[in-house]
Each structure stands twice: as structure tokens, then as C-alpha cells.
Ligand binder design. Sequence first.
Ligand code: DAH
Length: 347
Amino acid sequence: MLESQLESLSRDAQARIAAALTPDALEAVRVEVLGRKGALAEISRGMGKLPPDEKKVIGKLLNEAKTQLEAALEARQNSFAAAALSARLDAEWLDVTLPAPGVRPGSLHPLTQIQQELEDLFTSMGAAVLDGPEVETEYNNFDALNIPADHPARDMQDTFWLEDNYVLRTHTSPVQVRGMAKLGPELLEHGTPLLMIAPGRVFRNEEVDPSHEHTFYQLEGMMVDKNVSIAHMLFFMKTLLTHIFKREVTVRLRPGYFPFVEPGFELDIQCLICGGPGCPVCKQSGWVELLPCGLVNPNVLRMGGLDPEVYGGFAFGLGLTRLVMMRYAIDDIRHLQGGDLRFLRQF
Ligand code: DAH
């Protein structure tokens, strides 16, 4: 009698455990069946009146039923915990490999992009890419470039002077002298032309306006060898411009004075912003000075340790900043160093 009661109680309890949908419902089943005043406890109390033989059998069955029900309860509890955990994981799921919201990948500054393109072009032609210091000696910035202290040409570049005859370099041309001294003998004595570029930042004490900044970028170029002519120079200039603008640009060559070249030229390109009629960038002239150049003055070759009776060369000083402005039709030079992300994100 107790035996069948136990059996049906156990079956019933198993079914209720399986059917419990919440931890609370499960707890209710536990209290009702396994609790101190629960159904199993009641049967256990009823066992007291049984003869010892039966008591032993029922006691064993009771223990088995208890163990089974406890296991079932625990399993069900665990499944609630697992479900809760996976629900939480679903809710809090996070892909740590996704880019953070609101943070965009950066991009290279347009000046850096154009500099790298030109470095690629010139290295493909065998040029060395040289670096010079931004804090330069007065000697390298001026004297070695054939601009002695008392020469009026010093006035062409309003300079930031530092202590002990150092200046913030006003142009990348001092790298010509450094380059000749460093690479000249080694290359030229083995019959290899010296071809180099030197991109970098330069400084002038300028009145800032849409086309003038105190800080801007140039790319110096130089070739030295035996029998270098203006034809070589023009070839490099044209290759450079076609490469950058990906089209023919209208150019004009006029005489220009720079103490470190003789003859010297100004290579202008037709203003790509207004296309000719005039705008603030071209100072209403329709032309933009972009590429001053010339044949290296013998004095400069000498300062670089080379014999002007044997060697000659050309040099040019490309205005990188101006080039970027032309290429992207930027009408105010101040955007370039302004650090405004709305501007920079366009590139
Ligand atoms: N260094 C000159 C400047 O900044 C530009 C220049 C002119 C460089 C003629 C050259 C050159 O190499 O041949 O005004």
C-alpha cells in the first residue's frame, strides 16, 4: 500500500519538476515533496507503524525515490541557471573585434599622401630620399647656398632666428649641400649620377593669409652628373607634374633669381582652382608659382665638395603645400595645418 503510494508520488513529482517553468515553481514542488513537512516526510513518518521487514523495503524505496527526485530537481535548477546565463549572454553579447562606435579609422594627411606618391615616383627613377634637420645652421641654410650674410637675397626669406647661428630652415635647399657631401663622392666616382629628393617642413616669418603660412612643406630635388642640361631638368619637371595631376597641365617657364642656381627659372602652372581668370590663390594672376628650378651654381657644387669643372646639375624646389592646394582645389592654405577634422576627413 505504501509502496504504490510512493511510486505514484514519485512519478507525479517527476512530472511536476519537468513541467516547472520558473525557479519559483520548482521550489514549490521541492517544498511540497521533499520539504520537512512534505509528502515524502509524511510517508517516512507513516513507516513507524510497519513491521521491521516491510520497514526495511519501504525505507530503501523511500531513499531511492528521494535521491532520484533530488537529482531531478538539481538538473532542472541547473537548466534554469544555464538558460538564464545564455539569456544574459545574448543580451550582453559584444563583438570585441568590431570598430568602436563613433570612432572612425584615420587617414593620411593629404600632404603625406602626395609626399609618398612623389617618393615612390622618384625612387622608381633611382633617386635617394634624404632628410635634413628642421633646425639648420645659418651656414647650410644660406652661406653654402651662395647667399652670404651681406647679400640682399637673404631678404627673400624672412627667417626665424635661433641662438648660436641656427635658424628654422626656410627651405629644403640646405639638403642639397648635405646630400652632395654625403653621397656625391661615392656615387659620382663610380659613374653613377647623384639623384636625390628631400621632402620636408620649412618655416618663414610670413604674414598669414589664404596663400601664406609660417609653416609649409617643400620637396627639394637635385641631380648632379657630368653633362647635365636644362633638357634633363625639364624632363623631370614634366614627369613629376603629369604624375601628380594625372593630366597635362599648362606651364610656363620664366627667368627667376635664386643665388644657388644659374640660370634660374620659375616654372608656373596655370591655376587649377580658377583655370585662368584669377582668384585669391593665384593672386588674381591665373598662374601659380610651383616649381622654381635651375642649373646648380658652381659655388654650390664647390660647397658640396664637388668640382664644378667636372660636374654640373639641376635643382628644383617644389612647393608641396601649394601642390596639394592645386590638386584638391583648396582655397585657403590655413586649412592644411588647422587640424580641423571636418577638413581632414575628406582625404
Ligand atoms: N629654395 C627656394 C625657395 O624656397 C626654392 C628653389 C629655387 C629651390 C630654385 C631650388 C631651386 O632647388 O633650384 O624659395
